[in-house]
Design a protein. Sequence first.
Length: 165
Amino acid sequence: GLNDGTANTAHTAFFDHGNNRVPATITYELNTSVNTLGYDITEIQSVAGWSGVNETHGNQTFELFVSVVGDASFSSLGSFSNEPYVLDTAGGDTSTRITLTDDSGLIASGVDEIRFVYSQNTFSGFSGVLLREIDIEGVATVPEPSSMALATLGGLAIMSRRRRK
């Protein structure tokens, strides 16, 4: 797991090409037991890097996928990369952040799972990626007003029919 940006701990995730751990897939299953319509995702951040290791460990490239309630398949929202470090010298204190938002304020709606697939970074033969933190911001999906109105009218029609009998 990843833990609140704390580096150099057991909570930092390291994926490297040399040990065949990239591409690395991380899937987060969101709790829909209460929020049965899923979640509206408004922002996603990925932070990579670690002090005192090869600089290119701060680079990151991933593809982002989401799954929505009622559909087990995943849809790609795109590939994202931040690879400013080209030297693989030891002792570098480097990190990168990728922040995803949308002008509409909504990245995806009705989400029940989010998947990241991290790939080998461009500038190193051995280095993979050291993930420090992944933040996913959002709120519970609420039904559209038109859906609520239709459900209310349907309920009223059923109640009206019962009273006539």
